[in-house]
Design a protein around this ligand. Structure first.
Ligand code: PHE
Length: 455
């Protein structure tokens, strides 16, 4: 039975816009900044293979569950969980899944906006040509000069937050939809252009075998868990972003079909980002393993600085990264804003400004922890790493676990069957994945986080 509710925030104009928006959420710093360096840290091809398995077995079933809960509840995550729990005769406490998501969203934004700010700063630097002929020491100095200057970071963090709030404040149709309609195609074109360039470099074939020829000797037990965590973060699962976007999805759109598109596009962009970045590094004899989180900000500019038209390519690259971060940040702020509108009756503008302001304020903690407060540690971590660790490694997996438990164990067969509209066999496959495989995978990541039992 369909639930026949409507969202007060409106609906996507088409299923394609939903796919674009959800892909915009999924494709972000996680794909272009994080995926390449953790792939490099875990030995390339074998990691990529395990990552793909995690996407299919854990990520996609949870994504289907999230979209389903959103569309059926037709509200922001806290209220959607409340309505659905009541409808299914379950405890009202299921709303805590949504509450957790709101907190996770704030925590993610605190560091996301800072790193996105770096991409803005780098766009400007590429235009000024500072990377031309720069040595490894020089690119490192450029990065450190940015990170250790609170005033500059503050300016970029503020600009990025204003960009995000200004889109979210316009609402689903006028804001989110208009942004993804232009930014996502631009992002794909820029990315394809870069891959096209990389394909002409001498390092391309080395990069292809690096990414696609698995070398299992490089794999340890913890690799699986890192891959699972990355699958989670990259698909934007566990905090209600995709649930919120699902609440604006038309009744007629197929959830499994759209999930498949989003999964393919998110994974495709991560792989293409690898195919854009690694050939350039290999061509210039740079080792990706050495980059770590600074891979993109410190190592890649060395290569850009040595090639002809390097400034233009670097400009394209950081613009691409900024677009990707922007469309993801929209989806992190949207659930909180939608909830505030539902809860208080604020206008969207007021709600977006309030939630953006809180995220901005918390972001100051991350910002200062990179410089003035770098010695202040909580649980042995700076504020920046604490926020990143808590949200990505703990809150998202817990959120995802609860979402899939609710969808698979607490919802009646008739409700989930009506939403997913799968054949009997496909429904069974989803059910097994959402009931057992996904929760087991997530519990493993959490145990690893808490006890570090795999070292
Ligand atoms: N998926 C985004 C990325 O890859 C990050 C994100 C996480 C967005 C959670 C929304 C919710 O960068």
């Amino acid at each position: 039975m369909a639930a026949n509710r409507t969202s007060i925030h409106g609906q996507w104009s088409s299923r394609w816009i939903f796919v674009l928006a959800a892909t915009g959420s999924a494709v972000g710093l996680g794909n272009i900044w994080r995926f390449p360096y953790i792939t490099a840290e875990h030995g390339g091809g074998a990691f990529v293979l395990i990552y793909l398995v995690c996407i299919i077995l854990v990520g996609l079933p949870i994504m289907m569950s999230e979209i389903m809960l959103g569309r059926r509840g037709r509200r922001s995550p806290i209220h959607a969980m409340e309505v659905l729990a009541e409808e299914e005769g379950r405890s009202r406490h299921w709303r805590l899944v949504g509450v957790l998501g709101v907190f996770a969203g704030f925590f993610i934004l605190t560091f996301y906006s800072i790193v996105a700010g770096w991409t803005l700063a780098y766009i400007l630097r590429t235009v000024s040509g500072v990377f031309n002929g720069a040595s490894a020491q020089e690119t490192q100095d450029i990065f450190n000069a940015l990170v250790s200057d609170p005033e500059r970071l503050l300016a970029w963090h503020t600009i990025f937050m204003i960009m995000t709030v200004s889109v979210v404040s316009r609402g689903v149709k006028q804001g989110l939809e208009q942004a993804v309609r232009y930014l996502m195609p631009a992002l794909f074109v820029l990315l394809l252009f870069l891959v096209g360039y990389s394909a002409t470099t001498s390092g391309f074939s080395e990069a292809v075998s690096y990414l696609f020829k698995p070398d299992f000797s490089q794999i340890g037990p913890s690799t699986v868990l890192v891959a699972l965590g990355q699958a989670f973060f990259s698909l934007s699962l566990g905090m209600g972003a995709i649930m919120t976007y699902g609440s604006y999805l038309s009744e007629r759109a197929s959830i499994p079909g759209t999930t498949a598109y989003i999964g393919v596009m998110d994974t495709g962009v991560a792989l293409l980002a690898g195919l854009a970045i690694f050939p350039i590094m290999f061509s210039f004899g740079l080792q990706p393993e050495e980059g770590g989180p600074g891979l993109i900000f410190m190592i890649l500019p060395i290569a850009f600085g040595q090639m002809s038209y390097g400034s233009i390519l670097a400009f394209i690259f950081f613009t691409l990264l900024m677009f990707a971060a922007w469309t993801s940040a929209l989806s992190i702020l949207e659930p909180i804003t939608a909830w505030l509108v539902e809860k208080t009756g604020y206008t969207r503008m007021k709600a977006a400004i309030c939630s953006g302001f809180v995220a901005w304020l918390l972001g100051l903690g991350s910002l200062l922890s990179l410089n003035l407060w770098s010695e202040v540690k909580l649980f042995g971590m700076t504020f920046f790493s604490l926020m990143e660790h808590l949200s990505v490694n703990i809150m998202l997996p817990v959120g995802g676990l609860l979402i899939s438990v609710f969808a698979a164990w607490c919802m009646s067969r008739s409700s989930s069957f009506a939403e997913l509209k799968l054949s009997n066999n496909a429904y069974l496959a989803w059910k097994v994945a959402a009931m057992f495989i996904a929760p087991a995978g997530v519990i493993l990541i959490l145990l690893q986080e808490v006890f570090g039992f795999l070292g």
